[in-house]
Design a protein around this ligand. Structure first.
Ligand SMILES: NC(=O)c1ccc[n+]([C@@H]2O[C@H](COP(=O)([O-])OP(=O)(O)OC[C@H]3O[C@@H](n4cnc5c(N)ncnc54)[C@H](OP(=O)(O)O)[C@@H]3O)[C@@H](O)[C@H]2O)c1
Length: 258
């Protein structure tokens, strides 16, 4: 069996930084995106950057429709990995439906269900499939890329915040049930991360409160990737834990605007 890390949602933004961190540490990587051609394009770039590392892209969408998780697609992906003799020793649940601009009184219930289905139910299904194999192989670890919105809300993101709070409950319950199989489960809680959304709308992001952190800066993907790597590589006695990577944003009673 060839050991690998599986990173979901890694054609763009934070997922790319996580893949690059693991690849730079010499790990084989499997990553997902929803669109086959974007996955192929990302795979090509990774292979150019890390010619000696095995990198495999896999196109998968969480949903069949807004209210139905595509459970079979998850089973097929793990069957595919089994057929290639690849064992996912580390699962990084990075992909998320951001649930942007969802307004109570306006947004249909299916919007809420879509976000919960992707961020919670699909991730649970991935955990189940990965943990089954980790158990058979004597252990492994799972890292959720969560959010400080699990604790502190931001406007018009009710489903997203609920899904991230729910993820933390799921993370702790999984850690409890899977500990006896030597499977550790932890979560990284970023605050705002500089992504392509930042580049597309610099004026908005320049003024959001997340910028006003005690350290006066927000995260880049590599900061999140380092925290994920810590849980995956060295946190031997840590499970059910949260590591906040938000420049101290959530410790404040109110943001200090300099
Ligand atoms: N950005 C921030 O400021 C911030 C702050 C706190 C926490 N986080 C968390 O950090 C993680 C990464 O954030 P990000 O901003 O880098 O993410 P992003 O740019 O929104 O990318 C998310 C990834 O999730 C995938 N995805 C979205 N919906 C999906 C679905 N229905 N099925 C399967 N995959 C789906 C996307 O796939 P495609 O490539 O196919 O579109 C994309 O690759 C997320 O868990 C997010 O909640 C982000």
């Amino acid at each position: 069996m060839n050991k690998a890390v599986l990173v979901t949602g890694a054609c763009i933004n934070t997922g790319v930084a996580i893949v690059e961190k693991f690849a730079s540490e010499g790990c084989s990587v499997v990553f997902t995106g929803r669109n086959q051609s974007r996955v192929a394009e990302a795979e090509k770039k990774y292979k150019e950057k890390f010619p000696n590392i095995t990198v495999i892209g896999y196109a998968i969408d969480s949903l069949k429709d807004e209210t139905t998780v595509d459970e079979k697609a998850v089973y097929s992906m793990f069957d595919f990995l089994d057929s290639k003799d690849i064992f996912i020793e580390t699962l990084v649940l990075n992909a998320a439906d951001q649930g942007l601009d969802m307004e109570i009184f306006k947004s249909p219930l299916t919007d809420f269900m879509r976000v919960i289905n992707t961020n919670m139910t699909w991730n649970y299904c991935l955990c189940e499939n990965a943990a089954k194999r980790m158990k058979d192989q004597g252990g492994g670890n799972i890292v959720f890329v969560n959010s400080n919105t699990a604790y502190r809300a931001i406007p018009n993101r009710i489903a997203y915040s609920a899904s991230k709070s729910g993820q933390l409950g799921m993370m702790r319950a999984l850690a409890l049930d899977l500990g006896k199989y030597n499977i550790r489960v932890n979560a990284v809680l970023p605050g705002m991360i500089k992504t392509d959304r930042w580049d597309k709308n610099p004026e908005f992001y320049k003024n959001v409160p997340s910028r006003f952190t005690p350290i006066g800066d927000v995260a880049v993907g590599a900061d999140v990737a380092d925290a994920v790597w810590y849980f995956a590589s060295s946190a031997r006695n840590t499970t059910g834990a949260e590591l906040v990577v938000d420049g101290g944003n959530t410790i404040q009673l109110y943001p200090i605007v300099k």
